[in-house]
Design a protein around this ligand. Structure first.
Ligand code: M6R
Length: 628
C-alpha cells in the first residue's frame, strides 16, 4: 500500500525520487520522506501529509550524493505523522518498507528488552534496528539484510542503504511489488514501473524471496539462500505520457473520458472484425503460467484452452471492491449466455471459508492492480488445489497475472485515480467476450447470435462517447444534489451490481452515505429510508425487467424521494416520474451495464469536486491494497 523509490547513478536523486513518488502517490499519501546521501551521511527529511508538503520542505535542500531512497505511506501501524513516516533510520542504516511485518510485536519487545529505543509506532522501524545490529556485528549491508530476513514474517518489500557502503542499495521482495530499472549509468528501484519508465522501459520484476544487490550501476539478484539467479528483462510497452493528466483537472476525469478507447483496446485482441466472431486470444489456459507466455504455442494453447472451457461445469470469480461488482455482472452474463453456473465471492471471505470446488471448475480472479492481497491469496489457495486459474488484470506482469495459468488483459492503460473507472468497463467487456466464447464452445449460442453480439460489442465505444455528454449535466446538478442526506442506487438483474458500484463510487469520493440495492428488495427494508432528503438513482433500461423497475420507481416517488432515472432512449413515463431523466442509447442487455455506469461515475466525480474533496486521492484509501 506504500510506494518505494530508490535511485543510484550520476543524476540528481532528489529529482528522480520526488518524480517517482509523485507517480506512486496513488499507493498511499498520508506522509512521505526521503533519505539521500549528503557528504558521508544519509540526510533524512520527512513530512506528514501529501507529497507536495515534502516537496516544499525539500525545495532548498541540496544533496551532494548520488544515491537515495524515498517513500510515500499509507498507514497500517501507527497513525499518519512525521515520526511514523519513512525512511526509518538507525545509526547509518536507512530503510523504506511496504507491507506488514506480522511478527513485529514480538521482535520489538525482545529488542526493547535489550535496551533498544524505538522512535516510531511502525512495524518498519524494527527492520532498520535489525540491519543495524547485524552491521555492528561486522557484516556488510547485503549480508545483514540476508541475515535478518528469516526472522521476519508477513508480506513485505524493503529497500535499504547504509553509510558504511554509500554506493550500494539492497532490495528485498516478499509480497508487494518491487521492480528494478537498470538505465544508462543509473538504476531506479520502485514499487511500480510508472516511477521507472521515464528512464528506461526495460525492467526486472523481483519475484518473492529475491534480493537485489545494487552497487553503483551494476546489480546482481540472489535467491533467499544467497545464490545468484539470472532474471529476464521485460520490455514495458506503454509511455510516460500515460501517467500525466493531459489537460484534465483530475486523473479520474481523464480516465472516465478514456473509456471508449479503453474498451476498444480490451476487446480488439479477441474479435475478428471481418467475420464478427470471437476467439479468446493469447489466453494461456493451455500453458503452465506466465513463464511460457512469450513463447506460448498459440495454436496448441488455443486448442487446449477450448478443451478446458468445453469441460468447465462451474466458474468461480473472486475479487474485491469494484472488481467484485464486475464479477457480479459476469455471473449474470456467463450464466445467461453460456449456461454455466457461476459463483462470485469477495476475496477476503472466499479465502477464509471452506470452499468446495468441484471437478471441472474454472477459477477467475479480477484485479486492476494484480496486487490485491486477498485476491492473490485466493488465487494461491485455488491453484494449490489444481484448478485452472484465469486472471483478468490490467497491470501486466503483476503478481496475480504472473501466478495465474491464463490471462485476459483489460488493456485500460495506467489507471491512476484511486477510484476505478476504465478498468471496470474493460473488465465488463472482457467478461462479455469470455461469456460469448464459452457459449460458443459449449454451443449454447448460435453463430448468428455470436455475430450479432460481437457487432453489439463493437459498437460499445461509440455508444459510450454519447453517454459521456452527461458530464455537463452532473457538473451543474452536483451543486444541488450535494444537499441530499443520502443516495439509494437501485437496479434489477444485470443492472443490480451497477447500482452497488454507483453507491461505492459516491461513498469513496464524496464521503456521503450511499447504498446499492436490488430494486426488488426495496420493500424489504430500504423503503423506510425514503423521504424528501433521499435521492434515488434508478437504473431502468428497456429490458425484460423494465416494467417491474418502473413499479419500484413509483413506490419510491410516492415516499417523496428525488428521482434520477437512467433508461433507454426517449421515455415519457420515466421523464414524468423523475426529477432528472438520463436517456442512454439503445443497446443489448449485456451492454447496458457498461453504459449505465458512466453517469454514475460522473455523478460521484462531480459531487466530490463540488464538495471540495481530493478526487484522485480520497481520504483513507489507496489504489493498490497489498495488505489484508
Ligand atoms: O486492483 P484491484 O482491482 O484488485 O482492486 C480492488 C479494489 O481495491 C478496488 O476496486 C477499489 O474498490 C477501488 N477503490 C474502487 O474504486
Amino acid at each position: 500500500m506504500c510506494g518505494i523509490v530508490g535511485y543510484i547513478g550520476s543524476g540528481d536523486p532528489k529529482k528522480v525520487i520526488l518524480e517517482g513518488l509523485k507517480t506512486l502517490e496513488y499507493r498511499g499519501y498520508d506522509s512521505a520522506g526521503v533519505a539521500i546521501l549528503d557528504g558521508n551521511k544519509f540526510k533524512r527529511i520527512r513530512a506528514e501529509g501529501k507529497l507536495s508538503i515534502l516537496k516544499e520542505k525539500l525545495e532548498s535542500e541540496i544533496f551532494s550524493g548520488h544515491i537515495g531512497i524515498g517513500h510515500t505511506r499509507w498507514a497500517t501501524h501507527g497513525k499518519p505523522s512525521e515520526r511514523n513516516a519513512h525512511p526509518h533510520s538507525v545509526k547509518g542504516v536507512s530503510i523504506v518498507h511496504n507491507g506488514i511485518i506480522e511478527n513485529y510485536a514480538d521482535l520489538k519487545e525482545s529488542l526493547k528488552d535489550l535496551g533498544t529505543e524505538f522512535l516510531s509506532d511502525t512495524d518498519s522501524e524494527l527492520v532498520a534496528h535489525l540491519i543495524s545490529a547485524e552491521i555492528d556485528s561486522g557484516k556488510d549491508l547485503f549480508t545483514s539484510v540476508l541475515a535478518i530476513l528469516p526472522r521476519l514474517s508477513g508480506a513485505f518489500s524493503i529497500l535499504a542503504v547504509s553509510t558504511d557502503q554509500p554506493d550500494e542499495m539492497v532490495a528485498f521482495k516478499n509480497g508487494p511489488p518491487l521492480i528494478l530499472g537498470p538505465a544508462k549509468d543509473e538504476i531506479i528501484v520502485a514499487s511500480d514501473v510508472q516511477a521507472i519508465i521515464k528512464y528506461t522501459k526495460d525492467v526486472i520484476y523481483l519475484d518473492d524471496f529475491e534480493i537485489a544487490h545494487i552497487v553503483g550501476s551494476k546489480y546482481k539478484i540472489f535467491d533467499k539462500e544467497g545464490k545468484i539467479i539470472a532474471k529476464k528483462i521485460v520490455h514495458i510497452d506503454w509511455s510516460p505520457e500515460q501517467v500525466e493528466k493531459q489537460g484534465y483537472r483530475h486523473f479520474m476525469l481523464k480516465e472516465i473520458f478514456e473509456q471508449p478507447r479503453a474498451v476498444a483496446a480490451a476487446i480488439a485482441p479477441h474479435v475478428d472484425l471481418n467475420h464478427h466472431t470471437v476467439q479468446l486470444s493469447r489466453l494461456g489456459l493451455g500453458g503452465t503460467g506466465v513463464e511460457d507466455l512469450e513463447s506460448l504455442n498459440l495454436i496448441k494453447d488455443y486448442q487446449n484452452t477450448v478443451e478446458k472451457l468445453k469441460n468447465v461445469n462451474r466458474i468461480f470469480i473472486v475479487a474485491c471492491g469494484t472488481s467484485y461488482y464486475a464479477a457480479m455482472v459476469g455471473k449474470y452474463v456467463i450464466e445467461r449466455m453460456a449456461g454455466v453456473p457461476v459463483e462470485v465471492d469477495i476475496a477476503s471471505e472466499f479465502r477464509y471459508r471452506n470452499v468446495v470446488i468441484p471437478k471441472d471448475s474454472l477459477f477467475v480472479t479480477i484485479s486492476q492492480s494484480g496486487e490485491t492481497a486477498d485476491t492473490l491469496a485466493a488465487l494461491r489457495l485455488v491453484k494449490e488445489m489444481g484448478v485452472p486459474c484465469l486472471s483478468i488484470c490490467n497491470v501486466k506482469r503483476s503478481t496475480i497475472d504472473r501466478e495465474a495459468h491464463g490471462h485476459l488483459y483489460m488493456n485500460a492503460g495506467a489507471e491512476i485515480g484511486v477510484a476505478s473507472t476504465k478498468a471496470f468497463v474493460c473488465t465488463l467487456s472482457l467478461l462479455n467476450i469470455l461469456a460469448l466464447n464459452i457459449g460458443k464452445i459449449k454451443e449454447t449460442i448460435s453463430s448468428s447470435e455470436e455475430q450479432k453480439w460481437v457487432r453489439e460489442m463493437l459498437s460499445v465505444p461509440s455508444q459510450m462517447e454519447i453517454v459521456l455528454a452527461f458530464d455537463k449535466f452532473f457538473a451543474e446538478a452536483s451543486h444541488t444534489l450535494k444537499k441530499f442526506r443520502g443516495f439509494l442506487y437501485m437496479g434489477r438483474g444485470v443492472n443490480y451490481p451497477i447500482a452497488l458500484e454507483g453507491a461505492l463510487k459516491l461513498k469513496e469520493l464524496a464521503y456521503m452515505h450511499a447504498e446499492g440495492y436490488a430494486s426488488g428488495e426495496m420493500k424489504h427494508g430500504p423503503l423506510a429510508l425514503i423521504d424528501e432528503s433521499m435521492c434515488i438513482v434508478m437504473l431502468a433500461p428497456s429490458d425484460e425487467l423494465y416494467e417491474k423497475t418502473v413499479s419500484n420507481l413509483e413506490e419510491a416517488k410516492a415516499r417523496g424521494g428525488e428521482i434520477i432515472s437512467i433508461g433507454t432512449g426517449e421515455n415519457t413515463k420515466l421523464r414524468q416520474i423523475s426529477e432528472h431523466y438520463l436517456p442512454l442509447p439503445s443497446a443489448a442487455w449485456f451492454v447496458n451495464p457498461i453504459l449505465e455506469v458512466i453517469p454514475l461515475q460522473l455523478l460521484a466525480y462531480h459531487m466530490a469536486d463540488a464538495l471540495g474533496h481530493d478526487v484522485d486521492q480520497p481520504r483513507n484509501l489507496a489504489k493498490s491494497v497489498t495488505v489484508e
